[in-house]
Design a binder for this molecule. Structure first.
Ligand code: C2E
Ligand code: MG
Ligand code: MG
Ligand code: MG
Length: 283
């Protein structure tokens, strides 16, 4: 059927759709294999205090290198994992691996200041026992050294349930950030109830904030709102000194972006930030 269409050249749209579907099917299989074989990696990107430039934490970002395809973007494989029901498995791996790395750093006499931020996906966030689940996966690491990043849409899918889950996470000692803030549709009244610590200003507003009066106003509004609600702000995707200076001036607390550091494998990260990763005080 497809071959006939191709020959007749009638429907290139369907042909490319078929190809896209095939790639997604193949990608699902390879991602499953990569999970089986332990072929995924976590990279670490620094988060810094805008006023002082000091390291305040890091975000763990998942990386996948396929032998044939090369690097596959998490922007492609994370949504696929969500859609194909692989995300709990992948998410569990991320949590375990992040905890293992923090433990390894501690054993090597290195400690990340602040918290390690870990992205939690929509599927993981539907688990009413998420707090216990995370604690069981990251049992060697105190909750006080972990922050969890969720997007606005994750919170708003079922706000009532989200309030309960976030409360349990906060009670357990995890910090919570809303990722890509400004791109979703959060309700201000729920925002207060979620008891979130940090708003991460989405990269799209930061990217254009010097040129676009509109985006600058959005950034300013998010910072003002966070202040009113007693939340911290982290700007994502800061690439230039000009952006950093403007964000600092606006009262944004922290930043993450290529200006301060690319996401790096654990070894390279801890080498680059050696001075900032103070020796652990063993109790
Ligand atoms: P995110 O959580 O918003 O992560 C920030 C993204 O911005 C990362 O993309 C990071 O590499 C990129 N970034 C950081 N600084 C800059 C900059 O200065 N300029 C530009 N252009 N980009 C910058 P990445 O690693 O490709 O991840 C994309 C998304 O995939 C993440 O967005 C997150 O939603 C998802 N993701 C990645 N790892 C995981 C994971 O372990 N679990 C889950 N659930 N999602 C993940
Ligand atoms: Mg994130
Ligand atoms: Mg983000
Ligand atoms: Mg994002």
């Amino acid at each position: 059927y497809h071959a006939k269409q191709q020959d007749a050249g009638v429907c290139p749209f369907n042909e490319s759709m078929t190809q896209a579907l095939q790639r997604r099917q193949q990608m699902t299989e390879r991602l499953n294999q990569a999970l089986d074989q332990g072929a995924l990696m976590l990279y670490y990107q620094p988060q810094v205090d805008l006023a002082s430039g000091q390291l305040t934490g890091a975000e763990a970002l998942c990386r996948w290198h396929d032998p044939e395809w090369g690097w596959v973007s998490p922007g492609e494989f994370i949504p696929l994992a969500e859609e194909r029901g692989l995300m709990r498995r992948l998410g569990d791996w991320v949590l375990r691996e992040a905890a293992r790395q923090m433990t390894e750093w501690r054993r090597a006499g290195r400690v990340l200041p602040g918290r390690l931020s870990i992205n939690i996906s929509a599927q993981q966030f539907t688990d009413p026992r998420l707090a216990d689940h995370i604690a069981s996966l990251a049992c060697d690491v105190p909750a006080s050294s972990i922050a969890l990043e969720l997007t606005e849409s994750d919170f708003m899918r079922d706000p009532e349930q989200a309030v309960g889950i976030t409360r349990a996470l906060r009670d357990a000692g995890y910090a919570l950030s809303i990722d890509d803030f400004g791109t979703g549709y959060s309700s201000l009244s729920y925002l207060r109830q979620f008891d979130v610590d940090t708003l991460k200003i989405d990269i799209s507003f930061v990217r254009e904030m010097l040129e676009s009066h509109h985006d600058r106003a959005i950034v300013q509004t998010i910072i003002a709102m966070a202040k009113t609600l007693g939340m911290k702000t982290v700007a994502e995707g800061v690439e230039t000194l000009e952006q950093a200076a403007m964000l600092d001036q606006m009262g944004c607390h922290q930043a993450q972006g290529y200006l301060f550091g690319y996401p790096l494998p654990a070894e390279e990260f801890s080498a680059a930030w050696r001075e900032s990763m103070q020796p652990a005080d063993e109790p």
